[in-house]
Design a protein around this ligand. Structure first.
Ligand SMILES: Nc1nc2c(c(=O)[nH]1)N[C@H]1C(S)=C(S)[C@@H](COP(=O)(O)OP(=O)(O)OC[C@H]3O[C@@H](n4cnc5c(=O)[nH]c(N)nc54)[C@H](O)[C@@H]3O)O[C@H]1N2
Ligand SMILES: Nc1nc2c(c(=O)[nH]1)N[C@H]1C(S)=C(S)[C@@H](COP(=O)(O)OP(=O)(O)OC[C@H]3O[C@@H](n4cnc5c(=O)[nH]c(N)nc54)[C@H](O)[C@@H]3O)O[C@H]1N2
Ligand SMILES: [Mo]
Length: 769
C-alpha cells in the first residue's frame, strides 16, 4: 500500500507526513532542506502517543479546592459539559472580578502554523470577550527587548535583521562569538524552518579563513569543524571580559575616537568608568581576569586583534537570560562602538547568530505569515517572567522600565500553547503560586506537567490534524500545512474550542468572523501576498501555493549591513534614541535610578555566580541551555529525546575534574541540588565543559517524587533556577544565574510517573489505543 503524503511544518523543519490507515508513520524532510533536523523522527510517536489527551477532563478535587499536585486523578466529561463549564467559569470570574481576574498571557511556542497558533487564539478569544491580563515580551530575550531601545533605539538586531552571512563572508576576518554559534539551536525557528543553513554558513566562513573565537563555558557551542579558539569564560561574567577588552583598546589608543564622538553619546563618562575615575577600580584585563577567569593576556590579545582586522562581535541570547543580563549586551555594543566598525560590512555587532534559525540568513524584508490580534480592552500586562510574582502578590507593586505597576488579582488562569511547568524558573515557587487561582484551564494535545496541574483540560489537535499556513520572517519559505489525519480521540482545534466558548458567551460571530479554517488559511496567505506585492515580489495565487505545498521567496539583491545608513549619515538617519546616537551612556536609564541598571554598561555581580560569597556550598554554576534533542519540553517523551537520556534521566555535563572531585563516572545517577530544590540527572563527563560549570538542557518533563522530599525525578533544571527579574529595567528571565552542587544519588530510585497518563474515571468505556 502506498502511503498518502501531506505537506506540513514544525518549528524544527518542513516535511511530508506519510500516512497509512489513518496513522502518521513517517516524516520525510523537505527536499530543499540541506540539513534536516533529526527531531522530525519524534513526530509520529508523539501524534499517536498514549500521552495524548483524548477527551475533555476535569480534575477531581477542583470544586473542593484541593491543591493541584500534578498527581491528581481526572474524570472525563463530554465536550458539551466541558464547554458549558468553562464558559460559566469565565462569565463568573469576569462578572465578579472584571477582566483582570482572568490571566490569558499563555506564553509558549505551541505550533508553527499561524492560523492555529494557540497563544494567538487564546488572546483573541479573551480580548474579544472583554480582555484579560496578558504577558509582555518573551523568555528568550526579555532583557534585550527593553534595554536596547534605550541604547540603539530598537531591539531589531535581536529579533530581526542583522548583518547577513554573505556580507560577513566577504569582509570579516574574526568573529568573536560570546556564547558560541550552536547549530543545535539553529535547528528551530518560531514559525518553522524551510532550510537549515547555519552549518553551511559556518563551513563557508571556515573556507574563507575567518577565525572564530568561542567565548563560552562550553566548547561545543561552536562545531568542531570551525576549528574555533575556545575561551572558556565563567558564566555570567562576559561583561567583565568585554570591559577588560574595552580598557585595553582605550589605554593602548586602539579605539576609534572619531566614531565614538560622531556616532555615540556618553563615551567620555564610560571611559572614566573604564579607567576607574568614578569608582577607583580600573577595568583592566587583569581586573577582568579575576572575575571571568580568562587570562589577562588572552583578553588583551583579543582586543588588539579585534582592532587590527575587521572583526564582528556577536552574543548568544543566553547571556542576557541572567541576572543583570542587560549588561553584557550593552557592553558588547560599547565595545563594537570603540572598534568603530558599526555600519561597515563585516564589522559591528549582532545577536543570536547561533540562537535561532534565520539570524543573518539573507531574506527579503517581508513579514512572516501572521494573524493580527485585536486590542486587549483590559490593557493589563505583566513582564512575561513575572508570573509567579503576580500570582503570589496580588496588588503588589513592581518596577519595570522606568515605571511602577501593581500586580492584578488573578482568579482564573487560561493557558493554551505553552508549558509553564517547563519554562518558568524555580518551579517549587511556581507550584505554590499555582495554588492561588480558583480555576486553571489548559488546552493541550498531551498530558504535560501543566495539563496535570489544570482543573479543566481540553484536548487540542496537533498540526497534522488540521489545515494551516506556516512560516516566519526569518526563513525564505512559506508552507501549506495539510490536514493529514483525523483528530486523535476527541481532540478539537484550539480555534474551534474557542469558537464554541465564544458562542456560549454570546460573541461567536465576532470570534470567527464567519470564517472557516480554509478561509483563515487563505486570508493569512493573501495578507502575506499583498505585503510581498508592495515590495514588488510576486507570489502565486493561494490555489497554486496550496497545491504545491510551499512557496520560496526570492533572494534579496543586496547584502544587508546593520546600521549602514546611520554610519553614512548620522544626522539624516538618526537612531530612535534621545540623542539620535548610540547611547553608551543613557540619561533615560540613569533617570530611572535603578541600582541594578546604571547609566552605562557596568560589571554588576549577580547574586549567584562563581565569585559569589558563599559559593562554597554550591560550587558549580548551572547552565540550563536549550536542548539539542527537542524543542523545549515538546516531544520529551518521544524517541529522539528519550534516546539521549542517561540513567533514564536528563544528562548533566561536568568537566573531568569536577566529576573526579565527586568520584563520579559517566552514566552515574546524581542528585543536582541547591536550597531551592533538587533533581536527578545522569552524568556525562565532557572535557569541553569549563571547570566549575554544570550543564543541563531544559525541557525534561517535570515530575515530582512523592517520597524523597521534593526531589524532581526527570532532570528538570527549573527546580534549581532562581526566579528573579534580570533587573528592574527589563524584568527578564534570569534562568542562567544559578549555583548548584552535584552528588551521587543513593537510596531507592523513585519511579518516573510523568510518562504515563494520569488516573482517570471515564464516563464510558474508552477506546484508548
Ligand atoms: N532554565 C531555563 N528555562 C527556560 C529557558 C532557559 O534557557 N533556561 N528558556 C526559556 C525560553 S527562551 C523559552 S522560549 C521557554 C519555552 O517555553 P514553552 O514555549 O512554554 O515550551 P514548549 O515546551 O515549547 O511548550 C509549548 C506547549 O504547547 C503545546 N502545544 C503544541 N502544539 C499545540 C497546539 O496546537 N495547541 C495547544 N493548545 N498546545 C500545543 C506543547 O505540547 C507544549 O506543552 O522556556 C524558557 N525556560
Ligand atoms: N534544539 C533546540 N534549539 C532551540 C530551542 C530548543 O528548545 N531546542 N529553543 C529556541 C529558543 S526558544 C531560544 S530563545 C533560543 C535560545 O538561544 P540561546 O540563548 O543562544 O541558547 P542556549 O542554548 O541557552 O545558550 C547558548 C549557549 O550559551 C552558553 N552560555 C550560557 N551562559 C553563558 C554565559 O554566561 N556566557 C557565555 N559566554 N556563554 C553562555 C551556553 O554554553 C549555551 O550552550 O534557542 C532556540 N533554539
Ligand atoms: Mo525562547
Amino acid at each position: 500500500m502506498t502511503p498518502e503524503r501531506y505537506p506540513s511544518l514544525a518549528h524544527w523543519g518542513a516535511f511530508t507526513a506519510l500516512v497509512e490507515n489513518g496513522k502518521v508513520v513517517r516524516c520525510e524532510a523537505f527536499d530543499r532542506d540541506p540539513a534536516p533536523s533529526p527531531l522530525l523522527a519524534s513526530i509520529p510517536a508523539m501524534v499517536h502517543s498514549p500521552l495524548r489527551v483524548e477527551r475533555p477532563a476535569v480534575r477531581d478535587g477542583w470544586r473542593e479546592g484541593k491543591p493541584r499536585t500534578g498527581h491528581d486523578a481526572f474524570h472525563e466529561v463530554s465536550w458539551d459539559e466541558a464547554l458549558d463549564l468553562v464558559a460559566s467559569e469565565i462569565a463568573r470570574v469576569r462578572e465578579k472580578h472584571g477582566p483582570t481576574g482572568i490571566f490569558g498571557g499563555s506564553y509558549g511556542w505551541s505550533s508553527a502554523g499561524r492560523v492555529h497558533h494557540a497563544r494567538t487564539l487564546v488572546r483573541r478569544f479573551l480580548f474579544l470577550g472583554g480582555g484579560c491580563v496578558d504577558q509582555l515580551s518573551n523568555y528568550s530575550f526579555g532583557a534585550a527587548q527593553f534595554l536596547l531601545p534605550h541604547v540603539i533605539g530598537t531591539f531589531q538586531p535581536v529579533a530581526g535583521r542583522v548583518t547577513d552571512w554573505p556580507s560577513l563572508l566577504k569582509h570579516t576576518r574574526t568573529i568573536v562569538a560570546f556564547g558560541g554559534l550552536a547549530p543545535k539551536n539553529a535547528q528551530v525557528g518560531s514559525g518553522g524552518v524551510g532550510a537549515h543553513v547555519l552549518e553551511q554558513w559556518l563551513r563557508r566562513a571556515r573556507a574563507a579563513g575567518i577565525r572564530i573565537v568561542n567565548v563560552s563555558p562550553l566548547k561545543s557551542d561552536v562545531p568542531d569543524f570551525c576549528d574555533a579558539e575556545w575561551v572558556p569564560v565563567r558564566p555570567n561574567t562576559d561583561t567583565a571580559s568585554m570591559l577588560g577588552m574595552a580598557h585595553t583598546l582605550l589605554t593602548e589608543g586602539l579605539h576609534d575616537q572619531d566614531f565614538v564622538t560622531s556616532h555615540c553619546s556618553g563615551f567620555d563618562t564610560f571611559a572614566d568608568y573604564l579607567i576607574g575615575r568614578a569608582d577607583g577600580v580600573e577595568k583592566s584585563a587583569g581586573w577582568a581576569e579575576s572575575i571571568c577567569g580568562v587570562p589577562a593576556e588572552t583578553i588583551r590579545d583579543l582586543a588588539r586583534r579585534s582592532a587590527a582586522a575587521p572583526t564582528y562581535l556577536t552574543a548568544a541570547w543566553s547571556l542576557q537570560r541572567a541576572e543583570h543580563g542587560e549588561q553584557p549586551f550593552w557592553a558588547l555594543i560599547a565595545l563594537a562602538a570603540m572598534l568603530g566598525g558599526i555600519g561597515r560590512p563585516g564589522e559591528g555587532f549582532g545577536f543570536g547568530h547561533g540562537s535561532m534559525h534565520g539570524t543573518g540568513v539573507p531574506r527579503v524584508p517581508l513579514p512572516g505569515p501572521d494573524t493580527p490580534l485585536p486590542k486587549n480592552p483590559a490593557s493589563c500586562t505583566i513582564p512575561v517572567a513575572r508570573i509567579a510574582d503576580m500570582l503570589l502578590d496580588p496588588g503588589g507593586a513592581y518596577d519595570f522600565n522606568g515605571k511602577t505597576y501593581t500586580y492584578p488579582d488573578v482568579r482564573l488562569v487560561y493557558w493554551a500553547g505553552g508549558n509553564p511547568f517547563h519554562h518558568h524558573q524555580d518551579l517549587s515557587r511556581l507550584e505554590r503560586a499555582w495554588q492561588k487561582p480558583e480555576t486553571v484551564i489548559v488546552h493541550e494535545p498531551w498530558w504535560t506537567p501543566t495539563a496535570r496541574r489544570a482543573d479543566i483540560v481540553l484536548p487540542a489537535t496537533t498540526a497534522l490534524e488540521r489545515n494551516d499556513v506556516g512560516g516566519s520572517s526569518r526563513d525564505p519559505y512559506v508552507f501549506a500545512m495539510h490536514r493529514a489525519i483525523a483528530p486523535v480521540g476527541e481532540a478539537r482545534n484550539d480555534r474551534d474550542i474557542f469558537a464554541g466558548l465564544a458562542d456560549r458567551l454570546g460573541y461567536g460571530d465576532a470570534y470567527t468572523e464567519g470564517l472557516d479554517e480554509m478561509d483563515c488559511c487563505r486570508l493569512v496567505y493573501e495578507r502575506l501576498r499583498e505585503a510581498a506585492a508592495a515590495r514588488a515580489v510576486e507570489l502565486p495565487a493561494f490555489q497554486q501555493f496550496w497545491a504545491e505545498g510551499f512557496v520560496a521567496l526570492p533572494k534579496p539583491d543586496e547584502d544587508f549591513v546593520l546600521f549602514e545608513a546611520f554610519r553614512r549619515d548620522p544626522e539624516k538617519h538618526r537612531l530612535a534614541t534621545p540623542s539620535g546616537k548610540i547611547e553608551i551612556v543613557s540619561a533615560t536609564v540613569a533617570g530611572f535610578g535603578y541600582d541594578d541598571a546604571p547609566a552605562h554598561p557596568a560589571w554588576l555581580p549577580p547574586q549567584e555566580w562563581l565569585g559569589a560569597a558563599g559559593a562554597e556550598r554550591f560550587p558549580l554554576h548551572l547552565i540550563t541551555h536549550q536542548p539539542a534533542r527537542r524543542l523545549h519540553s515538546q516531544a520529551d517523551p518521544g524517541p529522539v529525546s528519550q534516546a539521549g537520556k542517561v540513567a533514564g534521566r536528563e544528562p548533566v555535563r561536568l568537566s573531568p575534574r569536577d566529576a573526579a572531585a565527586r568520584n563520579l563516572s559517566d552514566g552515574d545517577l546524581v542528585r543536582v541540588f541547591n536550597d531551592r530544590g533538587a533533581c536527578l540527572a545522569g552524568v556525562v563527563i565532557d572535557s569541553g565543559v569549563r571547570e566549575g560549570v554544570a550543564v543541563i538542557a531544559t525541557g525534561a518533563w517535570f515530575d515530582r517524587a512523592e517520597q524523597n522530599g521534593a526531589l524532581e525525578v526527570s532532570g528538570n533544571p527549573n527546580v534549581l533556577t532562581r526566579d528573579v527579574g534580570t533587573s528592574r529595567l527589563a524584568q527578564g528571565s534570569s534562568a542562567q544565574s544559578t549555583l548548584v552542587e552535584v552528588e551521587r544519588f543513593v537510596g531507592r530510585l523513585p519511579a518516573s510517573r510523568v510518562l504515563a497518563p494520569p488516573a482517570f474515571a471515564r464516563t464510558e468505556a474508552p477506546a484508548r489505543a
